[in-house]
Ligand binder design. Sequence first.
Ligand code: UD1
Length: 405
Amino acid sequence: MAGTLAVHGAKNAVLPILAAATICGDCVIRNCPDLTDVAVAMDILGHLGCDARREGSTIITTASSGGDWRIPDGLMKAMRSSVVFLGGMIARHGEGEISLPGGCELGSRPVDLHLFALERLGAQVEEGEGKLRCKAPNGLHGAKIEFPFPSVGATENAIIAAVTARGDTQITGGAREPEIADLITFLQGCGAKIHLTIDGVIHIQGVERLHGCEHTVIADRIAAGTYLCAAAITGGEVLLTGLTPGHVLTALAYLSNAGCVVRTSLNSIWLKAPDRLKELGIIRTQPYPGFPTDMQAVMMATAMGADGTSVFVENIFDSRLRHVEELRKLGADISTQGKTAVVSGVERLHGADLCCTDLRGGAAVVLGAMAAEGASTVRELSHIDRGYERFAENLTQLGVDIKEE
Ligand code: UD1
């Protein structure tokens, strides 16, 4: 595998930005990847009374005063992260209703931290018949919100709900992912008064209303990391452009320790892999700036053929090792216990009939198949379309022999 690829915009930045656009004036949001999750978010916006149309990689939003304050079950099920729309719904309509996000392929995915933040801001929460209803008949007010765990979605919900609340809000213990910073930049562009301190405290001074803005979404650091792993696993070379290397630092450190040569510029990363990688050491997933849980699966695929033993500890989600079974079909030597997976690198992997278990697990399975001798078939590709734009096409462009049917 060898070549150059421009990294698409970040799914996890576009989704909260679209949720925030429901409480802003007309917005022009550039660098939006064409993904099924983004399409669902646009449908939700339409339902909530905010017109969203796509022109190439730009999404133009126009929020009207009407629209529903409920997200229908079908749309909730299509994208579990739609809970992030709740803060904007309450800010906009004084109430919001969603069906409770059900089970998830990553294990249980509770929303208690979202509700904790919204309640602090003055929302009353009612639960019943599988629905979650939040009301703030007198509007939301500023508050001190101290998160016990830095949930990405809950931090985003709190920010979106607080920007037009009465008074000041202070969020401590919130998530610090680059996608949160991008949401803040977008909202600041719309007139929100948000100030982020160096120690991660988010100060918000509520404003009455937000205007529109033009915003360019940051590049997808997880997609970038996946293509870097694709080069690493095949002994290849790749130049990624249009991204911030600082957002991928932890992954780059592991790949470089494993023998890859890495060079970065302000907005590009070049990586050249050795014929065989060394072991990756111990990888523990952590909130940003730690190693991202979203890259655990593709990094594990990368470790399968490395010389030595690598250990993965999944600390963020309680059931995020389902790809292991698929990777084993390729001849990988992986044993698991609880949240830990031990990967003993093997010299040869062989083709197999595989299935995508989830979005990132699916990408890992494709990468594994690329490293194996002989042909593999991978099913259930729809998972991959949720987070990677033109995945197979991009890999073809990089010289991978892959055919999508
Ligand atoms: C976001 C990302 C997802 C990534 C994850 C962790 C989006 C659209 N998705 O998901 O790709 O894997 O961050 O980096 O941005 N939790 C609670 N209570 C809550 C909320 C979360 O206990 O109310 C727990 C979750 O079960 C999980 C952990 O906190 O174990 C992290 O979840 P969170 O950071 O909220 O992830 P998401 O925002 O859902």
